[in-house]
Write a protein that binds this ligand. Structure first.
Ligand SMILES: O=C(O)CCC(=O)C(=O)O
Ligand SMILES: [Fe+2]
Length: 341
């Protein structure tokens, strides 16, 4: 993997030197200024700097890191889906929960007011994308497709993201800014950095603002099927009440340590989707779990976890969430664009 990354990254002639520490200092200064006086041009620039720092992190990465050792002692529950409070979360606990149960549910990781503000931003981003597709002006800064900084390649396949009920966070500089602020408040750079054992980045291709429509059915999958062999942890952050009156997440509450054979088709989406009967079989005794989430509740899981959007056309409301995949730069998905956290 590393050789492939080095080849890919070194060929393009970087536009700017990528001194990660200097870029981070610039990001911090601009972010401090922005807190007092929010400004769209500054938020766009912060996102651009995150992209440069993301490139720098990959360029600087050496051999693949080992993930943190699990802290089984911190896991004081044997529930099928362990639940902890936001203030209890540590990297070792997340690792223990993932190895024992596949995931961990964190109540109140994020302040509900922050979660609800992010949900409003997502609604605006969807409206702005619709407006821009219909030739009208959107709300400025809520939908602007990310410009790739060389040697990054432009992001392909936005159609699939839209069809799946999403907008890429990196295509909304306003919401992306707010999202990174909320991550900072929840201390995620440190927690996820400890988990991955290196400074984390998220992928612009994969981190998605979601507005799930109850009429669009879920599909069982493991994200590793298309991410490959990576060092990952996903933060799935609920931004509205869901699981009963709005689509939540269906979970197979156990550790699966390999990619499950989907057993159907040989091309396209059918190679990714795991049949429902297979998910039921793998869930075993506890069965499939559909938790109820409040705004600010979250799940951590990795690319081997089997899950689907839990939707039912009878649910009256849409659901807002952010799916944010963090990766260790030493084992980053091959052709994805990295944004430093
Ligand atoms: O938000 C959803 O319903 C899907 C989330 C998902 O598949 C993920 O976070 O990997
Ligand atoms: Fe997923």
């Amino acid at each position: 993997m590393l050789g492939r990354l080095i080849n890919r990254r070194s060929g393009g002639g970087a536009a700017e030197a990528k001194d990660v520490e200097a870029l981070r200092a610039q990001i911090e200064t601009l972010t401090r200024d922005n807190r007092g006086q929010p400004d769209l041009a500054r938020e766009r620039e912060i996102l651009r700097l995150r992209q440069l720092a993301g490139l720098g992190l990959i360029e600087d990465a050496e051999e693949r890191r080992e993930l943190i050792e699990p802290d089984y002692g911190a896991l004081k529950t044997d529930a099928d889906v362990p639940e902890v409070r936001g203030e209890e979360v540590t990297a070792g606990l997340i690792r223990a929960a993932i190895l024992e149960h596949g995931s961990v549910l964190v109540r109140g990781l994020v302040d509900p007011d922050d979660a609800e503000r992010l949900a409003e931003g997502i609604d605006r981003s969807f409206a702005a994308r619709d407006a821009s597709e219909n030739g009208g002006g959107g709300r400025e800064g809520y939908y602007e497709e990310l410009q790739a900084e060389p040697p990054n390649q432009p992001i392909p396949h936005r159609g699939a993201v839209k069809d799946g009920g999403g907008v890429l966070a990196a295509d909304s500089p306003r919401v992306a800014y707010d999202m990174f602020e909320v991550f900072e408040k929840a201390n995620l750079r440190e927690i996820v950095g400890d988990y991955l054992n290196e400074a984390p980045s998220i992928s612009a291709n994969k981190t998605t603002l979601r507005k799930a429509d109850p009429k669009i059915p879920g599909a069982w999958h493991q994200d590793g099927k298309f991410l490959g062999d990576v060092n990952s942890v996903n933060l799935w952050l609920s931004l509205s009440h869901c699981g009963d009156t709005a689509p939540g997440l269906d979970l197979v509450p156990r550790r699966i340590d390999h990619i499950v054979d989907a057993g159907v088709g040989d091309v396209g989406f059918s190679t990714i989707v795991v049949p429902h009967e297979k998910a039921v079989e793998l869930a075993g005794e506890p069965g499939i779990i559909r938790p109820i989430f409040e705004p600010g509740d979250a799940m951590f899981f990795d690319h081997l976890f089997l899950h689907q959007t839990a939707s039912d056309p009878d649910m009256p409301n849409p659901r807002f969430a952010i799916e944010s995949w963090f990766f260790g730069p030493s084992a980053f998905p091959g052709d994805y664009l990295s944004l430093a956290v």
